[in-house]
Design a binder for this molecule. Sequence first.
Ligand code: 13P
Ligand code: SF4
Length: 370
Amino acid sequence: MDGMTFPANTWPEADALLYDDAVKARVDHLYERVKDVVTPMEWPKFATLIDAINRLKVERGATILAHNYMTPEIFNCVGDITGDSLKLAQVAADAEEDVIVQAGVHFMAETAKILSPHKTVLIPDMEAGCSLAASITGADVQRIKAAYPDLPIVTYVNTSAEVKAYSDICCTSSNAVQVVEAVAAQWGVDTVIMIPDEYLAKNVAAQTGIKILTWKGSCEVHEQFTPQDLDDLRAAHPDAVILTHPECPPDVMAKADFAGSTGAMASYVKDHAPKKAILITECSMSDNVSVENPGVQFVKPCNLCPHMKRITLTGIYEALRDMKHAVEVDPAIAEKARASLQAMLDLPKAAKPPHFDTGRDAVAVPYVSV
Ligand code: 13P
Ligand code: SF4
C-alpha cells in the first residue's frame, strides 16, 4: 500500500488503547445493544477497539461488511452492512467507500474485490478459509466442463475466484433454487451441475424438477449436525421452532420447521417472533439474531466455524490501522469470475430471502464423474 495514500500511522498497538472517559462516552451506548451476549468483564477491552475502529473507518473512508457469523461485538458494534453472503455480495458491488473491510472469510473478500476491482479490499486474516472453498480447484472445474460441455455449471459463492472463473453462474444459499431453474431454462436443459456443496445440491434438487449432478464438498460446520441432534432438541424443547441452513445434510433439514440462508433465518425470526427458536447453524448467528429479537428465547447448539472465528476486533483494528491485508485477484481470472457473479446478480432480486420446503422427499443427486 502506498504510504502517501493514507494519513501517517499514529495509532498504537491494540494493547495500548485505553478505556478512558472519552472512549466510554463515545461507545458505551453500544453496550446497551449487546449487553445480553457480551459480559461486562469483556466490554472494556472490546470498547477501546470498537472506538478505535469506528474512528479509523472515517479516517480511511472505509466500510465494514460483516457476515451473520461474526461475533456479536463485531456484528453489532463495528459492522456497517450486515447480512448473508448474497446481501454482502450485492452491497460490495455498489459500495461508495474506497475501502472495504471484509469481516468474513476469504472467499467473501475475494468476491468483494472481483465486484469492485478498483477498491481496496482488506481482510483481517488471510487464513480465514472455508472447507467448501478448499474442496475444489479451478483445474477440477475445467475437467468437469470438458466432461459435460452441454451442461451449465452453477457454483456456490463459497469458492475461489478461479473456480468461479471456469463456471457459468454463481449462487448463494439464498438464491440457489432460483439460479438452478433460471440457468436450466436459459440453456434449455433438464440437468444442471451444482458444485461444490453436495448437501446444498441435494437440498436444492428436492425443491425443483431440475436434475442435479454435484461434487463431494461440504461445510465442516453444518455437516456435523445429525437427525438425532434435532430429535433430541425437539424432545427437550417441544415449544421451539427449529431452523436449519441448507448446507446441512437433507436428513437434518427434513427434521426442521424452516430452512434457508442465514438471512432467511434471521428474517423468519423477525417476522414470526416465536417464543423459542433453535438455529441449526454457526454459533454466533443466534447471538446476533437474539440482539435484534430480545423477546425470543434462543437455544444455542454450538458449532463454531474456525475460519469465521479468525476474524477479531483486534484483527479488524490492525487491518484498518496498517491497511492490510489487501486481497488481490489476477485481472484475467477476476474478469471471468465477475461474469459468473454478475449472471447471478442480474437475476431478479427477491423481496425477502426465499426459504426451502423442509417436507420434500430426497432425490438422487449423483457426483460428476471426471
Ligand atoms: P449464507 O450467509 O449465504 O447463508 O452462507 C452461510 C455460510 O456458511 C457462509 O459461509
Ligand atoms: Fe465455510 Fe461452513 Fe465456515 Fe461458512 S460456516 S465459512 S461454509 S466452513
